[in-house]
Design a protein around this ligand. Structure first.
Ligand code: SAM
Length: 287
């Protein structure tokens, strides 16, 4: 069985033979480094009891390594030109299927349910298209609870934001949205030279393990996320300034004082628990 999909000779030959070019609009940067492909699959710790959801299989480099380790790989690829190539490249594997669809449009939960029966775990493993990294993660998290682990290659800057803690420069609303659901860690750093074509940025692989039991309980989840989003509108501004259009200023000053925060506090200084405290206060006093 060949295992040569993930190297530069194979990628270049395949593109030439099929007269295709990497499409920028679909974020196509094909991974050519076999060592990194193996590391990604190792980090996922998938096995024959695992159903893997892959976003954007491309020419099938990561998919092939996944097929060897996982029970089944269900891949979503938006680019219909790649579908026959993928089928050809992966014809030796019978534990693989492709859905030719935009992942953002997919009914992932019902797709997983069709395949899940015999698998203990469902993990998402992907070299994500960078132009929609955050929408893919947030959209998938909101659509299904069947996936319990996410192993994702993304732009290094985005990886930093996802995994950052309060009082660091990369801490953002997305750090909270992700860490509200689980533990996120950067596991592999990947140089831009590992891809064809090489992107303009370096990359990193993040593993997100979702909490088995819900960990945080704001009284009103929507209000909590609205508060987080509004608080980070302009990083350099204080909470009072960022929230000034949403709530009366006097109320915000009072809220900070009553909860033991200084008046000049900024969003990046607040933990998830702090935001819960504040959103519960708003719920109680205002809503
Ligand atoms: N997995 C391959 C690899 O590692 O070489 C390709 C990764 S490439 C960074 C991203 C892949 O996602 C491309 O194949 C692209 O066509 C696909 N893609 C882009 N947008 C997508 C979307 N909305 N839904 C599904 N696939 C998408």
């Amino acid at each position: 069985m060949p295992n040569k999909i993930g190297n530069s000779a194979f990628i270049n030959t395949t593109m030439k033979a099929n007269d295709i070019h990497a499409k920028k609009k679909f974020g196509q940067n094909f991974l050519k480094d076999e060592k990194i492909l193996n590391e990604i699959v190792d980090v996922s710790e998938c096995d024959k009891d695992t159903l893997v959801i892959e976003v954007g299989p491309g020419l099938g480099s990561l998919t092939e390594v996944l097929c060897k380790k996982a029970g089944f790989v269900l891949a979503y690829e938006i680019d219909n030109e790649l579908i026959p190539i993928l089928r050809e490249n992966l014809k030796y594997y019978d534990n693989f299927d492709i859905i030719n669809q935009d992942i953002l449009e997919a009914d992932i939960n019902s797709d997983i349910n069709k395949y899940k029966k015999t698998f203990k775990n469902v993990y998402l493993v992907a070299n994500l298209p960078y132009y929609i990294t955050t929408p893919i993660i947030l959209n998938t998290l909101s659509k299904t609870e069947l996936i319990t682990r996410y192993v994702m290659m993304m732009q290094k800057e985005v990886a930093l934001r996802l995994t950052s803690k309060p009082k660091t420069k990369d801490y953002a609303a997305i750090s909270i949205a992700i860490q509200y659901r689980g533990i996120a860690k950067t596991r592999i750093n990947v140089p831009r030279t590992a891809f064809i074509p090489a992107p303009n940025v370096d990359s990193a692989v993040v593993r997100l393990d979702l909490y088995e039991e819900k960990k945080y309980f704001p009284k009103d989840e929507k209000l909590f996320f609205d508060l987080v989003k509004a608080s980070f509108t302009q990083r350099r501004k204080t909470l009072v300034n960022n929230l000034g259009n949403k709530y009366p200023k006097e109320f915000i000053y009072q809220m900070l004082e009553n909860n033991g925060f200084k008046q000049s506090i900024r969003a990046e200084e607040l933990s998830i628990d702090d935001f819960i405290k504040l959103s519960d206060y708003i719920k109680e006093k205002l809503v």
